[in-house]
Ligand binder design. Structure first.
Ligand SMILES: Nc1nc2c(ncn2[C@@H]2O[C@H](COP(=O)(O)OP(=O)(O)OP(=O)(O)O)[C@@H](O)[C@H]2O)c(=O)[nH]1
Ligand SMILES: [Mg+2]
Length: 454
């Protein structure tokens, strides 16, 4: 997710040589400055960052470690507003009421769904969505589909009007003890008075704990300017940047908090419901510096993986009994974890690997499609016992899946190898083997040793 930025920092860090001197430091800061500007970080932010890091490194003594420390400190400072909330914060008395506001097409409705999904799956909260966009005809229907998909309650009525529907939603939340109420509002093409007036009325009725400004990251510095205007006119408590997976160079995330004076709280990087991440400064800084974000990874995994099932799976793998049903179940769990690329970038030292991986889509890759088609053509017995598959059965499965027998053989072989590998890794010394493998994959190049930053 932060590929370009992480690369900028890595390149600069590597410019500080073993024999450290002013020249090496100058080279590093020049490199940093150049690449941050290229990633779309605002020039004032870049200047401040580079000047401070340079000064602090000199004060502490020029060297890689001091440079890293200064950079880490400055980045954290840039992304933090003293006393402001980080990630999602619950009101002291439920329900926590959140209003989503922003320009047309910025991603309010999708992000409302993603946030509901995050709160339900990761925080185990009871969430209610209120459809207060009654401008656009299809808006309510769009939200209804999202709410159905993630199985979250919705208050909607096409014939009502925004303030009315918000009141109804709050009453329901009060009565039925919801933890969080998320209000999706209408967007406009540009900032205009009628929109601001409507938002002010909805705000008055909702008395929200949070007003999240949803901004499209691809609009670059425009996102910062509109956020400033919404802050002045309606008031906002946080910003959510969407479409971070697109062509955006990502630099906007670095300057936004400082520029707007309101913290960036979440980042959306994909169209699917799990593609939303909390923006917690020290974790993001760790990731930017190539040291991963083990905490977020652990949180995601803990929420998505059922410990009982995981235990059962490990037992099967150890006994070499991993079958096709288990495979399908694992795929379902993986889906809940969200985008593979962003997961990898949370593992220390793996950000380079995440980049090489490109946009691997677990659900839609050709191989996964083939495996799924094959599994669908199997009888329940065959799914449980891959050893049953003799030539006759393979021919039948190939036909049913629309593949030729060679493809079926190849997939089966891969499946068996993977099961064997998993068995090996789950045994004694498995963890060590895994680490060796990771080291080889990274090619030993360039990254900061994860321990260094702690
Ligand atoms: N790639 C990508 N697409 C996104 C992301 N967030 C939203 N989108 C897409 O952006 C488009 C607009 O999103 P909506 O959620 O409908 O935007 P909105 O702000 O509710 O729009 P209005 O209701 O018309 O004001 C949709 O096609 C979404 O799928 C994201 O993080 N990544
Ligand atoms: Mg919408």
């Amino acid at each position: 997710m932060f590929d370009t930025l992480t690369d900028s920092f890595k390149n600069a860090i590597n410019k500080i040589r073993f024999h450290d001197d002013e020249k090496a430091l100058k080279k590093a800061t020049t490199e940093l400055k150049k690449s941050l500007l290229k990633s779309d970080v605002h020039h004032k932010v870049v200047k401040e960052l580079v000047t401070d890091v340079e000064r602090e490194t000199k004060l502490a003594g020029i060297g890689k470690e001091n440079f890293l420390k200064a950079l880490q400190r400055k980045l954290t400072e840039l992304l933090t507003i003293e006393g402001a909330p980080k990630g999602f914060v619950f009101a002291s008395k439920p329900p926590t009421v959140v209003m989503m506001i922003g320009l047309q097409g910025s991603g309010k409705t999708t992000t409302t769904g993603k946030l509901a999904y995050f709160l339900k799956e990761q925080k185990k909260k009871k969430v209610l969505i209120v459809a207060a966009d009654l401008q656009r005809l299809a808006a309510v229907e769009q939200l209804r589909q999202i709410a159905d998909q993630i199985d979250v309650a919705l208050v909607a009525d096409e014939k009502s009007e925004p303030v009315e529907i918000v009141k109804r939603g709050l009453e329901k939340a009060e009565k039925e003890l919801y933890d969080v109420v998320l209000i999706d509002t209408a967007g406009r093409l540009a900032i205009d008075e009628p929109l601001m007036e409507e938002l002010a009325r909805v705000k008055e009725a909702a008395q929200p704990d949070e007003l999240f400004y949803v901004a499209d990251a691809m609009t670059g510095q425009d996102a910062v300017r509109t956020a400033q205007t919404f802050k002045e006119k309606v008031g906002i408590t946080g910003v959510i940047l969407t479409k971070y997976d697109g062509d955006s160079k990502g630099g906007i995330a670095l300057g936004l908090t400082k520029q707007v004076g309101v913290p960036l709280r979440f980042i959306g990087a994909g169209e699917k419901m799990p593609d939303l991440e909390q923006f917690i400064p020290d974790r993001i800084v760790s990731r930017l510096m190539g040291a991963g974000d083990v905490e977020s990874l652990a949180e995601k995994a803990a929420a998505a993986i059922d410990p009982k099932k995981a235990k059962e799976m490990t037992r099967k793998i150890k006994k070499g009994q991993f079958n096709f049903n288990d495979f399908l179940e694992q795929m379902e769990q993986m889906k809940k974890l969200g985008n593979m690329k962003s997961l990898l970038s949370m593992i220390p030292g793996m950000s380079g690997m995440a980049k090489q991986l490109g946009d691997l889509d677990l659900e839609n890759s050709e191989e996964i499609k083939q495996i799924k088609a094959m599994i669908n053509s199997m009888t329940p017995k065959e799914r449980e016992n891959p050893d049953l598959l003799n030539n006759m059965r393979k021919r039948r499965i190939a036909k049913g899946a629309g593949l030729d027998q060679m493809q079926v053989n190849r997939v089966l072989k891969q499946f068996k190898n993977a099961a064997k590998m998993a068995k090996k890794l789950s045994g004694k010394g498995g963890m060590k083997q895994m680490q060796e493998m990771m080291k080889q994959m990274q090619g030993g190049g360039g990254g900061i040793p994860p321990g260094l930053m702690r």
